[in-house]
Write a protein that binds this ligand. Structure first.
Ligand code: FAD
Length: 375
């Protein structure tokens, strides 16, 4: 029985496994992941008001549902190690080894800057389910003094967290002041200008300060340390805490891959090793951004190609084009585009569409695939 091993059970790794489980039941499937639960990362901003368990699924449950073996382990690798794995068709696992016919690397992305100072929080804080405790702490503090919260990063993640938290604090009438700090000259550069204007107006309306072209240098003794980009002026502002979302990079490194998803190391093709998701840098003109939408499609394409190789058929190129992008701006607001980049959708309607996308992924994990027409 041919064997497929997937390292990393995020959006891409699971899309690949689910597709193979359904369409190639003759393959033996294995998942290796550092964590015990799959995290629906695109919902993490909601974990200030809801437990993180609402957005995680234990891998053992998914393994039972889709018939794969799950191994909890963090596997580290570099290019030389990948070349060895390709040659030996096996990888180390615990005290033993795991043989494979095809290997899929879907290890995602990591933050470009991790929180280092006291009072600085990031993605790992939310993944660890610390959101509600932090919210509680700021609300208690807000009863006696003004709470100043700084958000670093005007990309999709930073904004989703900012507006979600703003709404939670507003509901409780806490005495807080929020500010957004960003190196660039506008928010969400990957979205049309109209989206930035909508967000900038909302920031102004909600009295959230927006410091553009400003670099975050750290947080110390209740102050955030900043540098103005143009003038080089250093200054500090009172800050109870900083939420750090400066962006992500492919992890553990960008896996250069051909348009079929096969990994290339030092210009050498590793034909039995595929990549998918944020870590995968595909050749060709398919959607290559670090988004869940691309991750699911890369995972499905790789599954299709492994199935074809197993059946002695040819490979398909990755050509998926973005169908839209929506960004949540609190529980009842969102902004983004759908169909064509000029077709901006905003407000409550956009929020409903965004939630429908989350439901589509929930359905997928329940075994109902509505990502029709791909690959
Ligand atoms: C707060 C937030 C909101 C977002 N919102 C959106 C959104 O609205 N729309 C959108 O399209 N995208 C959004 N994104 C981006 C989206 O979450 C990512 O693009 C998506 O998760 C990428 O999927 P992936 O499978 O490549 O990686 P991940 O989902 O990150 O999964 C990687 C998996 O690999 C495992 N792993 C990593 N390294 C190892 C190792 N060495 N050994 C074993 N296992 C390992 C991890 O434990 C993890 O389970 C958001 C991201 C964040 C952080």
């Amino acid at each position: 029985m041919a064997r497929v091993v997937v390292i990393g059970g995020g959006y891409a790794g699971l899309a690949c496994l689910v597709e193979l489980a359904k369409k190639a039941p003759q393959l033996k499937l294995h998942l290796v992941d550092a964590r015990a639960e799959h995290c629906k990362t695109t919902n993490l901003h909601k974990t200030f008001s809801r437990p993180v368990e609402d957005f995680t699924v234990p891998y053992v449950r998914l393994a039972e549902r889709f018939g794969f073996d799950f191994h909890q382990q963090r596997l580290t690798f570099d290019e030389a190690e990948l070349q060895r794995w390709q040659q030996q068709k096996r990888l180390p696992l615990g005290a033993g080894r795991l043989d494979f016919d095809w290997l899929v690397l879907s290890t995602g992305a990591t933050a470009t800057l991790e929180p280092a100072d006291e009072g600085v929080y990031g993605l790992q804080t939310l993944q660890a389910g610390q959101g509600p405790a932090l919210l509680e702490e700021w609300l208690n503090l807000g009863a006696t003094q003004r709470v100043e919260l700084s958000f670093v990063g005007g990309g999709a993640t930073g904004l989703q967290v900012l507006f979600e938290l703003h709404e939670q604090l507003r509901k409780k009438r806490a005495d807080t002041h929020l500010r957004l700090i960003d190196l660039g000259t506008r928010t969400v550069p990957q979205l049309p200008d109209g989206a930035h204007r909508y967000i900038a107006r909302k920031l102004c309306r909600e009295k959230i300060d927006y410091l553009l072209e400003t670099e975050f240098r750290g947080q110390k003794n209740g102050q955030i340390l900043l540098t103005e980009r143009g003038s080089g002026r250093d200054y500090s502002l009172p800050s109870t805490a900083t939420l750090l979302f400066p962006g992500v990079r492919r992890a553990p490194f960008a896996l250069q891959s051909n348009a079929y998803g096969q990994v290339e190391c030092d210009g050498q093709l590793l034909p039995e090793i595929f990549s998918a998701g944020d870590c995968a840098d595909f050749a060709g003109n398919g959607l290559n951004l670090l988004t869940a939408q691309a991750a699911v499609r890369k995972g499905k394409l790789v599954a299709h190609n492994i199935r074809n190789l197993n059946a002695g058929r040819g490979l398909r190129r990755y050509r998926y084009q973005e169908k839209g992008y929506l960004l949540s701006l609190g529980p009842i607001d969102a902004i983004g585009w759908l169909g064509w980049r000029c077709n901006l959708v905003k407000g409550f309607a956009a929020n409903i569409l965004k939630e429908a996308m989350e439901s589509q992924y929930d359905l997928f994990l329940d075994g109902v695939d509505t990502y029709l027409g791909f690959p």
